[in-house]
Each structure stands twice: as C-alpha cells, then as structure tokens.
Ligand binder design. Structure first.
Ligand code: KG4
Ligand code: ZN
Length: 334
C-alpha cells in the first residue's frame, strides 16, 4: 500500500511517500527557518502563507522523486493536529482535496504520535518493537512521556506544565543572542563550555515526579546573565553547557524513573531535540539495560514520512476518516 503523507503543523511544509508503513520512497521537507529567523521564532501567520505557496510544489517533488503519479497513491495521510490552526488547515485541506479528487481514503494522523513512529522507519531490519514500550517526545512543541501499549493505544504519563524542552533551547538561545532555531546552536556552543560552571536545574512539579517544567530554568539563565558584568565568550559557552546539561539530565532522569516504574525494556525517541548528540550519549551511558530507538537523520525533525508511516498502521486498525475531519490545535492523548 502506497501512502502519501502531508505535514504542515508548524513551520515545515513536507510531503513523503511511504510503502507499507516502512519503505520511504520520497521524503521532501521544505523548512521555513529562513522566514522566521529574523523574528527569533515561528510567526504563525507567515508560516500559514508560506505553506500555501509550498504545498503543491513539495507534493510534486515527492511524486517526482518516487517516480510515481497521483493515481499510484492508495491513500492520503495528513497530520491534522496538534499544531498551529492556520498551518494545519493548509495540509488538511490539501489532503482532503486529493483524497476526494482521486477517490482514495483520507487518514488523519496525530503529529505527536507520528514522532514516535519515526524511529521505526529507520530500525526496520532489527527485531520487532516490544510492547509496552516508553515513547519520549522532545521537540519544540512537546515534551511528553507516553506509555505505548500498541500503535493506537497510549497512556500519557508525563508532560511539560509550561515550556517544551525545545522551546526552552530556543528561548535560551535568544537570550544568548544566537539564531533560531536555538537547539543546534546551544549544542554547538555547549561543546566548548563547562557544564558545571553555573548551577542550574530544571523544575520539579509537586506530586508529579514525571511532569516537566522548563520555564524556571530559562528564567534562571536570564538572571545569571543579568548578574554577569562583562559577558565573555567563555561565559556564553559555560552558560550554554550548564543549561543544556540541566535540561537533558532532567529528561534522562524522568525517563528512567518512568521506564523502571512501568517495567518497559524499550525506549523510543522522537522530536527535534533527539538530534542532540549529548542527549544520545547521556542515554547510552545511563540507560544501558534498555533498547534505545532513535530516529535517523531527517526523521527527528518534523517530516511527512512519519505521518505516512503511522497512517499505514492506523488505516489497518481503524480505517479512514470522513471529509469532515477537523484540524485540532490540541489532541488529548488519553
Ligand atoms: O520536532 P521539531 O521539528 O518541531 C516540533 O514538532 O516542535 O523540533 C524542533 C525543535 C526546536 O525547538 C529546535 O531548537 C530543537 O528541536 N532542536 C534541538 C536540536 N536540533 C533541533 N534541540 C537541542 N539540540 C539539538 N541538536
Ligand atoms: Zn513535531
């Protein structure tokens, strides 16, 4: 079954074609980083307009790369949330129009759930995934620990009560005058700094040991900056390293707490922050008894291959959606 997936939840316009939920025939991602850079973050109205311009060229490019025509496509999958409402509408309406015109099924996929599926697209040759497993989504919009009982059957066991971890990287980068997106910049600078130089810690949520809080950490970076009289380049490196260490260690600690409590043997990761090599190394050091599944290059950030891949599984179990499928800015997990 050949599925064309569309992703437009935030600032990437993406189209991918995936066969049988596994084999990526095309994976086209048009990032809008250039557009949002000067504002230091995503401007929803601009993102939405750019999606309109890019969506059809991106779809054509994916078909060309896969050497397929529209009538070779068996179903159309689309991320219908969570995300920015205007941005979601572009992808969703395009998918609806294509499904309607070609008389093929429409499959609405949850973007966060799809992030967890991304690493399966790259780990296909290894042993099959053992359920239940623990999903960790660490991105610009989400920080969540999800107990995956099967594809389509989840329990949200921890999430952020304020900023997402990637959002914290982006905001701290802005404080340090680094360009957007901040995650890769912080990682680059942190390599040159001492992570123990500043004493920073991520927030703990009373009575909720698996919840995350990163907004206090960001404010602590701001206060630390304000106290430094002449900010040297080494101060910036040390601050980036200390912030990164605090944020990542918190993610590792709570993930391991959840993994031991729920007795899972596999940790499956998704979202842009999982690009961070320091994060991967920390897990390698501290989670030695677990199977770690990371998304391959091009599949950790927003992409449509994960949408088409999960769409395949969803279609097998739940079938297709009607044309009245709505875009949802939030989708509850439980
Ligand atoms: O998954 P994604 O494309 O978007 C959402 O669905 O939100 O993730 C983007 C986020 C941004 O916040 C970016 O700063 C962060 O992922 N990111 C990183 C790294 N690469 C991207 N954060 C830390 N270290 C990185 N190397
Ligand atoms: Zn995402």
């Amino acid at each position: 079954m050949i599925i064309l997936g569309i992703e437009s939840t935030c600032d990437e316009t993406a189209c991918a074609i995936v066969q049988d939920g596994k084999y990526i025939l095309a994976n086209v991602i048009s990032s809008q980083i250039d557009l949002h850079k000067e504002y230091g973050g995503v401007v929803p109205e601009l993102a939405c307009r750019r999606h309109i311009d890019l969506i059809m060229p991106v779809i054509h490019q994916a078909l060309n790369e896969a050497n397929l025509r529209l009538d070779d496509i068996d179903a159309f999958a689309v991320a219908h949330g969570p995300g920015l409402i205007g941005a979601l509408l572009i992808g969703l309406n395009t998918a609806k129009a294509l499904a309607f015109a070609m008389n093929k099924p429409l499959i609405g996929v949850n973007h966060v759930e799809a992030h967890l599926y991304a690493s399966l697209l790259s780990n296909e040759e290894k042993q099959p995934l053992q359920f239940p497993c623990l999903g960790i989504v660490a991105s610009g919009g989400h920080t969540a620990l999800i107990l995956i009982k099967d594809w389509g059957s989840y329990e949200l066991i921890g999430e952020t009560v304020d900023d997402a971890i990637g959002e914290a990287f982006d905001k701290v980068a802005k404080l340090l005058n680094l360009p957007y997106p901040g995650g890769p910049e912080i990682e680059r600078l942190a390599k040159l700094g001492n992570p123990l130089h500043y004493s920073l810690k991520a927030g703990q949520v009373k009575n909720h040991p698996l919840s995350f809080s990163f907004s206090g950490l960001k404010t602590a970076v701001l206060y630390t900056l304000q106290k430094i009289k002449d900010l040297s380049i080494q101060n910036t490196y040390d601050l980036a390293a200390s912030f990164q260490q605090a944020a990542l260690q918190d993610l590792v600690k709570k993930t391991l707490l959840a993994a031991n409590h729920y007795q899972v043997s596999t940790l499956i990761f998704g979202g842009g922050v999982t690009n961070n090599q320091r994060l991967r190394n920390l897990f390698k050091e501290k989670a030695t008894t677990f199977r770690l599944m990371w998304p391959e290059n091009g599949l950790s950030l927003d992409n449509a291959a994960m949408i088409a891949g999960l769409g395949y599984h969803q279609y097998q179990t739940k079938g297709s959606q009607n044309m009245d499928l709505e875009p949802l800015t939030r989708i509850p997990f439980n």
